[in-house]
Design a protein around this ligand. Structure first.
Ligand SMILES: [Zn+2]
Ligand SMILES: [Zn+2]
Length: 407
């Protein structure tokens, strides 16, 4: 059976009857799963106790400190380590994104897949850059896959932040506030102020918890928790900077908020913002792709951007590129016939029939599946198999998810 990649509750890589799921978002497949980093949109596997999960110890520890329920079946893998699943050899590499983040290289006798998770090729104050890995199929995130995203050099962003805080906000008797991702960017900002200034950094409780884990793994970060007596006094005195999550609404009349995010590249002029990102920008994506010299490029993350990005790769660089969907992709191309279509049909069906206890009418299902490009015959065959496997269950003329353990 060919080496293949598709989306099904995560990114599924299969070879010769075995498989792994990268950053799964459901527990529908029984394969071992690999969690690339502790951001919540990648770490859902830890919500499913039954899944076997591989992650770095840093990722596990971050999730633990951020209050994720301890979920069983965890195997630590360190950065650079290899392990086997069937005839596939899995190797992890530094992704340069946040503490403990990895890219995943999967080698089969037929060829190699590289899955980037979220990554950054630029060196930052807290992370070493990700390096390209030569591969046949590159599955790459394209969060910032548009020429509109060209991030300034890290030290320029750092100086811009420090100048704003030290020369503008504090002299006016106010407290500079950086609203940002509490995991990744927040530690970068703490590190920037620690290295370039003598100003104390006050961290919101969430930011402090994530930063504690960075410290456990040897990062030198100095900060005071906002809820402590010292933290409150500093915020009152005005001689500090304050780092807090993006969605938070810190109160205090002296606070002067700014936003630190890759998306700031788009908001120029609308309030104070800094283009600080733990993802790579457009140019970084292109240089990483060239460095991997893949035969095929499959993209994920980024919504409408991914489509234009793959168009760019095809037209300008002559690469075989497309967004990754639930269609099965191999080194030689998309599997269009037979089993490939059935698998795609099956995962579409499961994305429609997804609320436990709900029944779905056949005419509606057929109509929705037709809209997604599947024939009646294909839908019926996929349904028949799902019923046979005990995943779906007919009820009268309707279809529903089978109840676990029930008939
Ligand atoms: Zn991330
Ligand atoms: Zn992500």
């Amino acid at each position: 059976m060919a080496l293949s990649v598709r989306r099904q509750g995560g990114v599924v890589v299969e070879y010769s009857g075995e498989g792994v799921v990268l950053d799964p978002t459901s527990e529908e497949l029984p394969y071992p799963s690999i969690v690339t980093h502790a951001h919540s949109d990648h770490a859902s596997a830890f919500r499913f106790p039954a899944l076997h999960k591989y992650s770095t110890p840093q990722t596990y520890r971050l999730l633990e400190r951020l209050g994720w329920r301890r979920a069983g079946g965890w195997h630590p893998v360190s950065i650079g380590e290899r392990f086997r699943v069937g005839d596939m050899e899995i190797r992890t590499h530094n992704a340069g994104h946040i503490l403990g983040s990895i890219t995943v290289e999967i080698t089969s006798p037929e060829g190699t897949v590289l899955y980037t998770g979220d990554f950054n090729v630029e060196e930052s104050y807290t992370m070493e850059p990700a390096r390209p890995v030569s591969c046949d199929i590159l599955v790459i995130e394209t969060t910032f896959g548009s020429p509109a995203f060209s991030f300034p050099k890290r030290n320029e962003v750092a100086i811009e932040m420090v100048e704003w805080a030290v020369l503008d906000v504090i002299p006016r008797g106010r407290v500079p506030v950086f609203k940002t991702d509490s995991l990744g960017n927040a530690q970068e900002i703490i590190s920037i102020f620690n290295r370039l200034t003598k100003l104390p950094v006050v961290a919101s409780p969430t930011v402090a918890r994530a930063s504690d884990v960075y410290r456990e793994y040897g990062h030198r970060l100095d900060y005071i928790e906002a809820d402590s007596k010292e933290g409150r006094e500093l915020l009152e005195s005005g001689r500090c900077v304050y780092v807090t999550p993006k969605g938070s609404r810190p109160s205090g009349r002296r606070l002067e908020p700014s936003l630190a995010s890759g998306w700031a590249a788009l908001f120029r002029g609308r309030g104070r913002s800094f283009a600080l990102s733990d993802h790579t920008d457009f140019k970084g994506l292109l240089s990483f792709i060239k460095g991997c010299s893949p035969r095929r490029v499959l993209t994920f993350h980024g919504g409408p951007i991914t489509k234009r990005f793959t168009e760019y790769l095809r037209r300008r660089l002559g690469l075989d590129a497309k967004p990754l969907t639930n269609m099965e992709e191999t080194i030689s191309g998309t599997v269009l016939g037979g089993e490939g279509r059935l698998k795609a049909c099956r995962s579409q069906l499961l994305s429609l029939i997804r609320i436990p206890g709900f029944t779905y009418s056949m005419p509606w299902l057929m109509k929705e599946m037709a809209r997604r490009g599947f024939t009646r015959k294909e839908t019926e065959e996929a349904m028949r198999r799902l019923v046979e496997e005990g995943i779906l269950e007919p009820e009268g003329s309707e279809m529903k998810l089978a109840e676990p353990g029930g008939q």
